[in-house]
Design a protein around this ligand. Sequence first.
Ligand code: Y12
Ligand code: CO
Length: 171
Amino acid sequence: MIREIITYPNKILKQKSKDVIDFNEELHTLLDDMYETMIAKNGIGLAAIQVAVPLNVLIINLPDKDDKQKKDDLLEIINPTIIQKEGKTVYQEGCLSVPGYYEDVQRAEHIKVEYFNRYGEKQTLDCHELLAIAIQHEMDHLEGELFIEKLSYLKRKKFEKEWKKRAKEKR
Ligand code: Y12
Ligand code: CO
């Protein structure tokens, strides 16, 4: 089932998410719905709070070298912890909760993440390039933070101005 994506400035997105305790059918339905929703909206990453569920759950499905988004490459990441961070990189990020806005954000270049899969099995993943960026972006959602909150004061002001203008035009 495709769920509604919560967009900025909805306060739901400010909530801190909680760890999953039960790796049950309800969690599997959430993960399946998140995948369906993300694909329907042309996303490559989604956190549960973006569909109004405050749980430490995120999914990532990056396109391969032929630009194809294959379900086999889907990562379902539950209760993640970053255990190593290295280097710095800048990437122009976008977010389904802030549609149509893209801006450069600086993040760690390589990260090592521990997490659980949908069956409650512990996993470790070394992440580089776009995967490292995407996981950090989604993990910020679990803390109630959007990429626009990482912008400089001036860029944030510019964003707010643009966003208000767009909201007016929609009315
Ligand atoms: C690098 C940086 C950020 C991420 C997080 C995941 N971000 C997305 O999946 C964003 C997708 C997105 C899709 C949009 O819709 C279309 O392109 C049709 C969109 O809306 C507009 O541009 C109007 C905005 C964002 C992962 C990796
Ligand atoms: Co996002």
